[in-house]
Design a protein. Structure first.
Length: 364
């Protein structure tokens, strides 16, 4: 967890923009991205190459973006958040490869909203009103009920404890990483805030290393820098072979990464997690409506309505952050101690001066 450099930033997570509007903008981009993936997948470059391009672009952008606040950038915090994000991505990849578990993970993504609220309250000292918790629970229930059937959820008991533990690890690590990114964007008294492009670069690098991890684990020795780069980036297509569709997708998905990182700063981690959760049912419904001859069942419509009601309740009383986060309080406590030490030194100097004057008077 981390606190903001100024109390106004920590107290006003929306920075002049409503969290609901931030969520709406991010949700539109997420839905457009999912539609593009479904429609343009055959003509898209390899995902690892796309993520590598994003990582390089965001790295350059973060180097030219001025950082806010004073102090070092907090490399230890960045490494910790990056490691959690990498582990979360790796666990999600393993979950996706298990038959039926990936669908269950998508339907349970609404529970990640409740989890994010809990983490935000524990580590960032945010306060959510009762109506916000009710809205989050409605979203979780709506997302869970939005699948084509409930067998994916009821079948979790038969997949084994190891695989369920893998699913829990994926959710737990991803939620912690999301909260850590918000903390990096807010900064603290002992480290300056990371820029939006810096957080997007960190997230892209974590996904890139996670995508390359299965191949890395098969290595028996160091393959050399050239081979290591090839393993990390994957197959690189000829630039001349990239059509306008592929370039547009690379740019558009990069804008989405930036938008989600910006959402963490403009709103907070629970708001971004809300976008990820409601994108599951609404994205599936959007794709189903595009397909000819496809109709939505009453249960799916009810699930969508439950999600929509939950979103309204969630933003009816948006989570209110305390004016000072936990590390802000520690910063103020340190400042009070320093002020007390300065005052004590001044008093000691004054007492010494008084004693010297008294000695001089006695001598006279």
């Amino acid at each position: 967890a981390a606190g903001g450099e100024d109390s106004e930033t920590a107290a006003s997570p929306s920075r002049g923009m409503s969290p609901a509007l931030v969520a709406a903008l991010c949700l539109v981009l997420v839905l457009l991205h999912r539609l593009a993936l479904r429609s343009l997948r055959p003509s898209l470059p390899p995902m690892r190459f796309v993520v590598a391009v994003h990582s390089l672009a965001f790295l350059v952008l973060s180097l030219v973006t001025p950082a806010k606040g004073r102090g070092p950038p907090g490399l230890l915090m960045m490494m910790l958040v990056g490691a959690m994000d990498l582990a979360g991505w790796a666990a999600l990849q393993r979950v996706a490869m298990v038959d039926g578990l990936g669908v269950a993970a998508a339907l349970l993504s609404g529970a990640g909203l409740v989890y994010s609220l809990v983490l935000s309250q524990l580590f960032l000292r945010s306060r959510a009103k009762a109506v916000t918790w009710i809205g989050a629970l409605c979203v979780a229930a709506g997302v869970a009920a939005s699948g084509p059937s409930l067998n994916a959820l009821t079948g979790l008991a038969s997949v084994g404890l190891k695989r369920v533990s893998l699913l829990c690890a994926a959710f737990g690590l991803s939620g912690l990483a999301l909260l850590g990114k918000e903390a990096l964007l807010r900064g603290a008294s002992n480290r300056r805030a990371l820029s939006v492009s810096g957080v997007a670069c960190l997230a892209s690098l974590a996904q890139l290393f996670a995508l390359a991890l299965p191949q890395v684990l098969t290595l028996r020795s160091w393959p050399g820098w050239r081979a290591a780069g090839h393993i990390l980036v994957g197959p690189v297509p000829q630039l001349s072979s990239l059509g306008s569709t592929a370039i547009a997708y690379i740019v558009g998905s990069g804008v989405l990464r930036l938008a989600l990182s910006w959402g963490l700063r403009a709103a907070d981690a629970p708001t971004v997690q809300l976008v990820n959760a409601v994108a599951v049912p609404f994205g599936a419904a959007m794709v189903a409506m595009i397909e000819p001859g496809t109709t939505l069942s009453f249960r799916v419509l009810g699930a969508l309505g439950t999600c929509a009601a939950g979103v309204i309740l969630f933003f009816a009383a948006a989570p209110v952050k305390e004016p000072e986060t936990l590390l802000d309080e520690r910063r103020e406590e340190k400042e009070r101690r320093r002020e007390a030490e300065r005052t004590e030194k001044q008093e000691q100097q004054q007492r010494k001066q008084v004693d010297k004057q008294a000695e001089q008077r006695e001598r006279e």
